[in-house]
Design a binder for this molecule. Structure first.
Ligand code: NAD
Length: 490
């Protein structure tokens, strides 16, 4: 079964104060599909004045929104979740068209998971309890949580609807108003959502502005009229965001890049075919979603005594991955999200060759048939050592770098020899390793005998240059709140 490119209007506006509005300067940019280079639509090339208009709308809405009851806010979040579910195929095709990822990912993961995050935070605020302590018979200490006010949120292009759904629900649930900027490469899912939920929230509570980082993202993150910046994107951009926000002493959370190790111990080759098959699937996950995942298991570490046999299976499985038309439900790997990304990955393939990495499979663009019109890279495995640039720098493509290790100590040394600390995988049958190895890896999320699950109730975030703050989980509400203590004498 295959889907096709969805229909779009010629142009879209920013969503400000409950309405779609044209950019004040009248400038738009063209959005194209990485699947075949075809035109999608025009989106506002917003400037500082557009951003300020959205921030003003959010500030005007915040007092009333803060006063809404928890029950009311939860009901509205649940309504958004229902709207996403009811329009699953439309969201999935729009997301695939914009980003190039295979429709089986958007249909089965990105869109349903997005709905689930809205529902999760609706439940969280209803389940919360406060804390009151009686200090003596005449004094109560009461802790109250208040919203921050207006939050600026800036998201990347790799999971357009899901990143929005990681950011908006906790901020809104906590009683804040939001101005969100989607990535310029993938503006369509946020726009479609605003069309579908235009009447759900009071005007000004949710605002979406489109445009480029320095023109629209910078004035948002630098504004003295917001109370927090929540950012997801590259590490270098995260550093800029912190500089902008620091002028106003605004709190920030930054969810940044990664170079995640995926460690396979020799016990994975024990006499259990089902478990070994699961490990092989876990090894090739680097390719899915085109490798454009912040936690992409992009460094594979395999114990030396099983290396040859294990890698033979991994390479064989990688070569069998179906890379084809992203709208086809059988396609496993689609197009890279943009020409810039496509070129960046190819430059790393060249760097890998120059520094002596051996290509075990892939290693080039895929130009088979119609794929020649878009940005496709064959799933690639490079063999080398951890000091190489291809092992250290985030390629953000379907490229995994594999190396050997001798024992647990060496596995940990290599796993932690990175600037990043976002995700990691550990595969073993050994009970000691099941607990001790993930404990010793410096990363915010370690999957053990699994990978790439992102449930709403599991906290997610980075160590080191992968950022700070957390996404998902009940604790996320605290990132969008002030804590007030009231000492009451009576
Ligand atoms: P990016 O940093 O280039 O852009 C992210 C967003 O920031 C976009 O909306 C962009 O317009 C905006 N931006 C760019 N420059 C800006 C500036 N000077 N001021 C304000 N805003 C600016 O990142 P990207 O290429 O869109 O996304 C890929 C990166 O995101 C990868 O590094 C990936 O690992 C990371 N990522 C991290 C997580 C996580 O949870 N840790 C999740 C997804 C992606």
């Amino acid at each position: 079964m295959s889907y096709s490119k969805p229909k779009f209007k010629a142009s879209y506006g920013n969503f400000i104060n409950g309405k779609f509005v044209e950019p004040l300067g009248g400038d738009y940019f063209d959005n194209t599909s990485p699947i075949d280079g075809s035109h999608i639509a025009k989106y506002p090339r917003s400037q500082k004045e557009d951003v300020e208009m959205a921030i003003d709308a959010a500030n005007a809405a915040k007092d009333n929104w803060e006063k809404t009851s928890v029950t009311e806010r939860a009901a509205l979040l649940n309504k958004v979740a229902d709207i996403i579910d009811e329009n699953l195929e439309e969201f999935a095709t729009v997301e695939t068209c914009d980003n190039g990822k295979a429709i089986r990912e958007t249909l089965n993961a990105d869109v349903p998971l997005s709905a689930d995050h809205w529902r999760y935070f609706a439940s969280c605020i209803r389940a919360e309890e406060g804390s009151v302590a009686e200090l003596d018979e005449h004094t109560l200490s009461m802790n109250i949580k208040e919203p921050l006010g207006v939050v600026g949120q800036i998201i990347p292009w790799n999971f357009p609807l899901l990143m929005l759904s990681w950011k908006l629900p906790p901020a809104l649930a906590a009683g804040n108003c939001v101005v969100l900027k989607p990535a310029e490469q993938t503006p369509s899912a946020a726009t479609l959502l605003m069309e579908k939920i235009a009447d759900v929230f009071p005007p000004g509570v949710v605002n979406v502005i489109h445009g480029f980082g320095p023109e629209a993202g910078k004035p948002l993150a630098s504004s003295s009229k917001i109370d927090k910046v929540a950012f997801t994107g590259e590490t270098t951009t995260g550093q800029l965001i912190m500089q902008y926000a620091s002028k106003n002493l605004n709190p920030v959370t930054v969810e940044l890049g990664g170079k995640s190790p995926n460690v396979f111990f020799n016990s994975v080759m024990d006499e259990d075919d089902a478990f070994l098959d699961k490990c092989i699937e876990g090894a090739v996950l680097f390719a899915f979603n085109q490798g454009e995942v912040c936690t992409c298991p992009s460094r594979m570490l395999v114990q030396e005594d099983i290396y040859d046999k294990f890698m033979e299976r991994v390479v064989e499985r990688t070569k069998a991955i179906v890379q084809s038309n992203p709208y086809d439900v059988n396609t496993q790997v689609g197009a890279q999200a943009s020409n810039d990304q496509y070129e960046k990955i190819q430059s790393y393939l060249k760097i890998g060759k120059e520094e002596g990495a051996k290509t075990l499979c892939g290693g080039e663009a895929n130009k088979d048939g119609d794929l020649s019109k878009g940005h496709y890279i064959k799933p690639t495995i490079l063999e080398g050592h951890n000091k190489m640039r291809v092992f250290q720098e985030e390629i953000f493509g379907p490229v995994v770098c594999v190396t050997k290790f001798k024992d647990e100590a060496e596995a940990l040394e290599i796993a932690n020899d990175t600037l990043y600390g976002l995700g990691a995988g550990v595969w073993t049958r050994d009970a000691h390793q099941l607990y001790q190895i993930p404990r010793a890896i410096k990363a915010g999320r370690v999957w053990v005998n699994c990978y790439h699950a992102y449930p709403a109730h599991a906290a997610f975030g980075g160590y080191k240059k992968s950022g700070f703050g957390r996404e998902n989980h009940l604790m996320m509400l605290s990132h969008y709140r002030q804590n007030k203590n009231m000492l009451i004498s009576y």
